[in-house]
Design a binder for this molecule. Structure first.
Ligand SMILES: Cc1cc2nc3c(=O)[nH]c(=O)nc-3n(C[C@H](O)[C@H](O)[C@H](O)COP(=O)(O)OP(=O)(O)OC[C@H]3O[C@@H](n4cnc5c(N)ncnc54)[C@H](O)[C@@H]3O)c2cc1C
Length: 430
C-alpha cells in the first residue's frame, strides 16, 4: 500500500523557503522522529534514498518484524560510550509505554512469543509501516522516496531566515533547514539503503565516528570439518574467552552453516570477535548448554555403552561422529574403558569446543553495525550534537547496538521519539 505522505519529488517548504526539520533516512528511527515531531506541531520532511521507505522493517524478524523485546536490561545493549548515558536514553521511553504506542496509538495488536520476542499478531511488517505512514501523514509530514542526501553543509553564520543547514540532494535539488536529523542507519544490509553516508556527514562536521564493525553476524570458521554439519541446529552455550578469562557466555540456538556458525546465540556473541576489544578473544561451544564438568559427569554415568551409542542418544548423529573424531577417541570405545587422556579430550570437545573463528560474513549478512557516532558527543536529553547546534542523531548511526530480540528496534524507536520531542520543544526546555 502506498501511503499519501510518500511523494517522489521534493515539495516546496512550508514557510519562507526553509524546512523546520529535515530528517535524513526513513527507517525505524527517522519515521519515529517524524511522528513525534509532527505530534508536537513540527512538520518534518523525510528524505529516503530508497523509493520505498522502511526497507529494513520489511525484512526484519524473518519477514515478521520483531518489533520489540518483552523485557529489557541495560546489558542487552553495547556501546563504547557511557553506560549512564545509555541508561538515561533508554529510560526516557519505558518499554511498557513504547509497546502501548504500537498497541493503543497505532492500533496494532502485538504478541509475545516463547523466546520473549514481540511481534505484530498479523506477523506482517507492512502493518507497522502503514500505521507509521498514516500517523506521519496525519501530522503533515512528507517522505520523499528515491532521494539521497549527498552533502550536508552548515550555514555560518545562521541565515536571517533561521536556516542553519543546506542539503545537496540527488537527483538534483537543494533544501535548507533549521534542524537536520541523521537517521541514516549503519552499514548492514546495504541493499536496504543504509550505506554509511551518515557517518561520513557526521565526521565532516567534526564528530568522532568510532570504528564500525559488523555485529549480529554469522561467523566463519578456520576448520573445514564443521561444513559437513551445515543445517544442524541445537541449543548451545557459546563462551567468549581471553586466555583463561571468561568474558561472557550466552545460551541459545546454534546453527552450523557451510562457512561456519550462525543462529541467535552466535549472532549475539559475534560482536566479541568483530568488535573493538577482540584481540585474543576465542569462542568455545558447550553443546546442549552443558559445560565440561557436566559432560564429565554424564560420561561417568554412561557405564559400559560405547561412546558412539551413548552420544547418539543426546546429539544429532552426523555431529556425534565428527566430535568423536575431533576428540581422537575410537567410536566403539566403551565409556568405562576410556583412558584418562581420551576422556579429557572428549570432555573438552563436548563442553568447551574451540570454534576457531577466522572472520565474519560482513555487512551483507550483519543485522546491525557496531560503533558509529560517539554517544558522548550528543546530549542525552535531546540527542542534539554537542558540536553542531541543530544537528540530531537517532537509531543505528549512534554507537549503540542491541542483541537479538527486538532490542535494535527498541533503540531506534526510543531515540527517534526523543529527537522528535526535542525538535518540538522550545530551546532549553528538553
Ligand atoms: C535482516 C535484518 C533483520 C533484522 N531484524 C530485526 C528485528 O526483527 N528486530 C530488531 O529489533 N532489529 C532487527 N534488525 C535491526 C534493525 O532493522 C535496525 O537496527 C534498525 O532498522 C535501525 O533503524 P534505523 O532507522 O536507525 O536505520 P535503518 O533502518 O537502516 O534506516 C536508515 C534509512 O536511511 C536511509 N538513508 C541512508 N543514507 C541516506 C541518505 N544519504 N539519503 C537518504 N536516505 C538515506 C536508508 O535508505 C534507510 O532507509 C534487523 C536487521 C536486518 C539487516
Amino acid at each position: 500500500m502506498s501511503a499519501p505522505c510518500i511523494v517522489q519529488s521534493v515539495p516546496p517548504p512550508p514557510e519562507g523557503g526553509v524546512w523546520p526539520v529535515v530528517i535524513v533516512g526513513a527507517g525505524a528511527a527517522g519515521l519515529m522522529a517524524g511522528v513525534f515531531a509532527g505530534r508536537c506541531g513540527v512538520r518534518a520532511l523525510l528524505l529516503e534514498s530508497r523509493p520505498k521507505p522502511g526497507a529494513k522493517i520489511r525484512v526484519s524478524g524473518g519477514g515478521r518484524c520483531n518489533v520489540l523485546p518483552s523485557v529489557v536490561e541495560l546489558d542487552d545493549f553495547a556501546t563504547e560510550g557511557s553506560r549512564n548515558a545509555l541508561k538515561n536514553v533508554l529510560a526516557s521511553w519505558p518499554l511498557k509505554e513504547c509497546r502501548a504506542f504500537f498497541e493503543r496509538d497505532l492500533g496494532i495488536p502485538l504478541k509475545v512469543e516463547d523466546t520473549g520476542k514481540v511481534f505484530p499478531v498479523s506477523d506482517d511488517p507492512a502493518q507497522i509501516l502503514d500505521a507509521l505512514f498514516s500517523e506521519l501523514g496525519r501530522n503533515g509530514a512528507q517522505i520523499v522516496g528515491g532521494v539521497r542526501a549527498e552533502e550536508l553543509t552548515p550555514l555560518a553564520p545562521e541565515a536571517a531566515d533561521g536556516a542553519r543547514f543546506e542539503l545537496q540532494l540527488s537527483p538534483t535539488a537543494r533544501v535548507r533547514a533549521r534542524s537536520v536529523v541523521l537517521a541514516t542507519g549503519g552499514l548492514s544490509l546495504p541493499k536496504t539503503g543504509s550505506d554509511g553516508w551518515g557517518y561520513t556527514a557526521a565526521h565532516k562536521l567534526g564528530h568522532t565516528v568510532l570504528r564500525r564493525y559488523p555485529a549480529l553476524v554469522p561467523l566463519a570458521s578456520l576448520e573445514q570439518r564443521w561444513a559437513e554439519l551445515a543445517g544442524i541446529s541445537l541449543p548451545t552455550t557459546v563462551s567468549a574467552l581471553r586466555g583463561e578469562k571468561l568474558l561472557g557466555a550466552r545460551t541459545g540456538d546454534f546453527l552450523f552453516t557451510h562457512k561456519g556458525f550462525s543462529g541467535p546465540v552466535v549472532l549475539d556473541q559475534s560482536r566479541l570477535v568483530t568488535g573493538p576489544d577482540h584481540d585474543g578473544v576465542e569462542l568455545a561451544a558447550s553443546w546442549l548448554g552443558l559445560g565440561p564438568a557436566e559432560w564429565d559427569l554424564k560420561l561417568q554415568k554412561g557405564g559400559a555403552r560405547s561412546v558412539l551409542l551413548f552420544l547418539r542418544d543426546l546429539l544429532p548423529r552426523r555431529m556425534v561422529s565428527l566430535l568423536i573424531d575431533f576428540a581422537r577417541v575410537p567410536a566403539d570405545r566403551k565409556l568405562s574403558e576410556m583412558t584418562r587422556e581420551e576422556r579429557r579430550r572428549l570432555v573438552h570437545v563436548l563442553g568447551q569446543c574451540p570454534l576457531s573463528i577466522v572472520g565474519d560474513e560482513g555487512y551483507r549478512s550483519a543485522e546491525v553495525t557496531g560503533g558509529g557516532v560517539a554517544l558522548d558527543e550528543v546530549s542525552t536529553k535531546t540527542l542534539e550534537s554537542r558540536l553542531v547546534p541543530g544537528l540530531y542523531f537517532c537509531g543505528e548511526v549512534l554507537d549503540v547496538i542491541g542483541r537479538i530480540g527486538g532490542f535494535n528496534f527498541l533503540w531506534a524507536w526510543v531515540t527517534g521519539r526523543k529527537v522528535g520531542l526535542a525538535l518540538a520543544a522550545p530551546r532549553g526546555e528538553t
